[in-house]
Design a protein around this ligand. Structure first.
Ligand SMILES: Cc1cc2nc3c(=O)[nH]c(=O)nc-3n(C[C@H](O)[C@H](O)[C@H](O)COP(=O)(O)OP(=O)(O)OC[C@H]3O[C@@H](n4cnc5c(N)ncnc54)[C@H](O)[C@@H]3O)c2cc1C
Length: 86
């Protein structure tokens, strides 16, 4: 548990085949990385796609939730927010 922290990205390995942890910003708005072999995304229906789409890499250029807005019934621009870095 990391109080007053905001997860911004799910991190994956260089092959893009496994999660390796999450990036988050702590109470002091400093970037932190929490290594993990399993990541459960449970930040509510609108925040989940935000985090997953922000998790784009060269292996997953559209993020980790390319079809999530279809299941949510939201247009992509609704679910895609810029990263919260400040
Ligand atoms: C006014 C109101 C009344 C409701 N009444 C009922 C009811 O009577 N019965 C019922 O069944 N349902 C009710 N609901 C719906 C219910 O509250 C939600 O369906 C339920 O809480 C969703 O659970 P969740 O775990 O997906 O999300 P949440 O309960 O929203 O939990 C998500 C958590 O993730 C955290 N979070 C979000 N983004 C990040 C991030 N980037 N990094 C880190 N943490 C993050 C949030 O702070 C929050 O603590 C109500 C909702 C509202 C708004």
């Amino acid at each position: 548990m990391r109080p007053w922290s905001t997860v911004t990205r799910v991190l994956t390995n260089t092959e893009g085949t496994r999660v390796t942890g999450v990036e988050y910003y702590d109470q002091k708005k400093e970037r932190q990385v929490q290594p993990a072999s399993v990541v459960v995304v449970a930040a509510w229906a609108a925040q989940n796609p935000r985090i997953l789409l922000n998790s784009a890499t060269d292996k997953h250029p559209k993020g980790l939730a390319e079809s999530m807005h279809r299941w949510l019934g939201l247009p992509p621009e609704t679910a895609h927010f810029p990263q919260a870095r400040s």
